[in-house]
Design a protein around this ligand. Structure first.
Ligand SMILES: [Zn+2]
Length: 246
C-alpha cells in the first residue's frame, strides 16, 4: 500500500464511478487525503471521509476558485479533516487584482490552519516570489503538492519546514527539474500523490489518474533515489501519517 498524500476524488471526472473507485483506491493506498477546491467540494470531502476508513479530508479554497473562508472553520473541526487546502497561489492569467485576491485568500487559510493546528496543502504555479514571501512571513507548516520546481526551491521549502509531494508528472522524461528536486528532498520530507484525476504518470497520458499511477511514481522515485521500492514506500507512508497526524 502506498499512501496518497493528495487527491480529488470529489472531482466530476469520478461522477458515476466514485464509490467503486474509492473502495479500490483505499484498499491499494491505505491512506488517501482527499482535497476540496471550494466550499462545496470541501464539504463533500468531509462527508466522504466519514464513509471510508482510509479516506481523510483536506478542506480549502483553491486559488482559482472563489469562496468564503469562514465556511471552512466548521469543516476543520470534523473528525477526519487532517489539513487545510488545497490553497495557494496560481498566477497563470492572473492580473494584479486577481493576484491580490489570491494572496488574501491564501493568508486567510494559513490563519485558519494555525488556529486548528492543521497542516496546509499548498498549490503554487508561477508565483514563487510571493509564495516564499508569505511562507517566510506567516511560517505555516504543511506540504507543497504536485511539486515540479527546482532543487533549490525544494531545498528552501524543506528549510522552512515543508514536506514536498510529487505526483505522476515526476515520471515524465522531460521533467528534468523535478528529477533533480526529488534528490534534494530528505527522506523524512518526501511524499507521493496522485492528484487524481489530474497528472497521470508516464505511459498513462490522457487517462484519469488514480492509485495505478502512484505505483509507477513510487517505482520511478525509488530508482532515482537508489532505494528499494519497499524502503521508499515505507518512508512515504510514515511521512504521510506524520504530517497529517493520521
Ligand atoms: Zn490538487
Amino acid at each position: 500500500m502506498i499512501a496518497d498524500a493528495h487527491a480529488h476524488y470529489n472531482d466530476a471526472a469520478f461522477d458515476g464511478v466514485r464509490e467503486d473507485i474509492i473502495v479500490n483506491a483505499v484498499r491499494q493506498c491505505g491512506i488517501i487525503v482527499n482535497a476540496g477546491v471550494d466550499e462545496e467540494s470541501s464539504r463533500g470531502c468531509a462527508l466522504l471521509a466519514e464513509r471510508y476508513g482510509g479516506l481523510y479530508a483536506a478542506v480549502g479554497i483553491h486559488p482559482q476558485h472563489r469562496g468564503d473562508v469562514s465556511a471552512l472553520a466548521g469543516l476543520c473541526a470534523e473528525r477526519k479533516t487532517v489539513a487545510v487546502g488545497e490553497t495557494g497561489l496560481d498566477y497563470r492569467d492572473a492580473d494584479g487584482s486577481e493576484r491580490q485576491r489570491q494572496r488574501e485568500l491564501f493568508i486567510a487559510q494559513i490563519q485558519i490552519s494555525k488556529s486548528y493546528n492543521l497542516p496546509l496543502v499548498i498549490h503554487c504555479v508561477n508565483a514563487w516570489g510571493d509564495m516564499t514571501d508569505i511562507l517566510r512571513r506567516y511560517r505555516p507548516f504543511g506540504i507543497m503538492h504536485g511539486f515540479t520546481g527546482s532543487a533549490e526551491a525544494a531545498a528552501e521549502l524543506v528549510r522552512m519546514g515543508m514536506y514536498i509531494s510529487f505526483g505522476g508528472r515526476l515520471t515524465y522524461d522531460n521533467a528534468k527539474k523535478a528529477h533533480k528536486a526529488l534528490l534534494a528532498v530528505p527522506d523524512d520530507r518526501l511524499l507521493l500523490e496522485t492528484d487524481a484525476p489530474f497528472g497521470p504518470a508516464a505511459g498513462r497520458m490522457g487517462e484519469r489518474s488514480g492509485w495505478e499511477d502512484l505505483g509507477i511514481t513510487a517505482a520511478f522515485a525509488a530508482r532515482m533515489r537508489r532505494m528499494t521500492e519497499e524502503d521508499l514506500v515505507k518512508t512515504v507512508n510514515d511521512n504521510t501519517a506524520r504530517i497529517y497526524e493520521i
